[in-house]
Design a protein around this ligand. Structure first.
Ligand SMILES: C/C(=C\COP(=O)(O)OP(=O)(O)O)CO
Ligand code: SF4
Length: 402
């Protein structure tokens, strides 16, 4: 499959839009009112600090909507504006935030339904408009929608496309793409669809397993049992790991992506002579700036004296979850919530502990003066953060009175 030629043809098609519709000013007021907040703006201007009553808020210096998300959401709103009476579909959540997706539903943007655990594209007709989310869509989905004669509005973040280009380079040089990511995450599904041969590793432990296999061999069946959902069809670890290239899901922990890249580099140097490294190993930096900035800001924030942290973002948001991991590693009490509705009634919070189901904690907000660290993922609107803060101030004020 010549994915590059397909993308080139798609780019020149009149049915394909990837730059919006020049309606930025038309959609700006609604985006402002649905997603922005004056309170958060004040906080930004006040050295990311706010004190009200007994509560001191310390906000991470980089948080919330990244430009890729802002761009994708604005494009979706422009699409509705540009095609006011057309049927509009979206192939997945545009980003991992429940409030944004629910707003799209309210704008009659329809999600492709599932049938027998597969997306049922039979509902999409010729001439329908289909939005591809910020994570992108798989090559096969794009091909199908193009064949159906749909109008495609592609909001894929350019940082994600950059990773696809890297995978194309691997493919051209006959390298297997090792993708640091979650094999069932939309972005990784899309990225791997552009690869010829690929293997997805979730973390350093999985990367170490693969590197050991490269150096010492091992049980092929065991390898395949471990990675059968995370590799290309017909993958053979005995022959498909001789030439490898590194790519990543853009929102993984940046330190981990770097460690994994270095580990594979060292492994290939040990297996082959250093002078031959380029024939066996390729690596380009594909960590997205926004991910890097939010994680760096979090590392800075957790160094401060905080009583607790609140990490705000969708529960399926990979980058938000990584922010929470940083708090946990620093031994800071942290609560991951996706909206202000998770707080209350009274002094209770419903939150998602890492890798566990939702839990309710009573009396979570301590008495007396407290310092709360706040951050939010790249897909979390400022408005959601502001609503959380207001809820906390309200709750704390009520506790003081009683
Ligand atoms: C769209 C996107 C990032 C925005 O945050 P999201 O929370 O939507 O996505 P993710 O962290 O990958 O689960 C892909 O890089
Ligand atoms: S996190 Fe990075 S790759 Fe993802 S949408 Fe934002 S800017 Fe793009």
């Amino acid at each position: 499959m010549d994915t590059k030629a397909f993308k080139r043809a798609l780019n020149s098609s009149e049915q394909y839009y990837r730059k919006g519709f020049g309606r930025e000013t038309e959609v700006a007021p609604v985006l402002q009112s649905e997603y922005q907040s004056n309170l958060i703006q004040q906080l930004r201007e006040n050295n990311f600090t706010l004190q009200r009553g007994e509560v001191t808020i310390r906000l991470a210096e980089a948080f919330g909507f990244c430009w890729g998300v802002e761009r994708a959401v604005a494009m979706a709103y422009e699409t509705r504006q540009h095609f006011p009476s057309d049927r509009i579909w979206i192939t997945n959540e545009i980003i991992h935030n429940p409030s944004v997706n629910s707003n799209l539903r309210d704008m009659q943007v329809e999600f492709i339904p599932m049938k027998d655990k597969q997306k049922d594209f039979s509902v999409v007709g010729k001439g329908d408009v289909v939005i591809l989310p910020a994570f992108g869509a798989s090559f096969q989905e794009m091909q199908l929608l193009n064949e159906k004669g749909c109008t495609i509005v592609d909001t894929t973040c350019p940082w994600v496309s950059k990773v696809w280009n890297t995978v194309e380079k691997h493919k051209k040089g006959n390298y297997t793409s090792i993708i640091h990511g979650k094999y069932n995450h939309e972005e990784t599904i899309a990225t791997s669809s552009f690869a010829n041969k690929y293997l997805v590793v979730l973390n350093l432990a999985e990367a170490e397993y693969v590197c050991n296999y490269i150096l010492k061999g091992g049980k092929r069946d065991e390898f395949m049992a471990k990675f059968h959902k995370a590799c290309s069809a017909g993958f053979n670890p005995d022959t498909d790991l001789e030439r490898i290239g590194i790519a990543n899901q853009t929102t993984m922990l940046k330190g981990e992506t770097e460690q994994i890249g270095k580990l594979f580099e060292r492994t290939m140097m040990r297996k082959y002579r250093p002078g031959q490294l380029n024939q066996h190993f390729l690596s380009f930096n594909t960590i997205c700036d926004a991910t890097q900035e939010r994680q760096d800001a979090m590392f800075k924030l957790v160094d401060e004296k905080l009583d607790l942290m609140i990490v705000i973002g969708g529960f399926n948001s990979s980058n938000t979850t990584h922010l929470q991991e940083i708090a946990i590693e620093q031994d800071i009490l942290s609560y991951h919530i996706d909206s202000a509705e998770r707080i209350g009634p009274g002094n209770r919070i419903q939150h998602k502990p890492l890798h566990r189901d939702l839990e309710v904690v009573e009396n979570w907000l301590p008495q007396g003066s407290i310092a709360i660290g706040i951050t939010s993922g790249a897909s979390t609107p400022d408005k959601v953060v502001a609503d959380v803060l207001e809820k906390i101030f309200e709750l704390k004020a009520a506790t003081v009175v009683t």
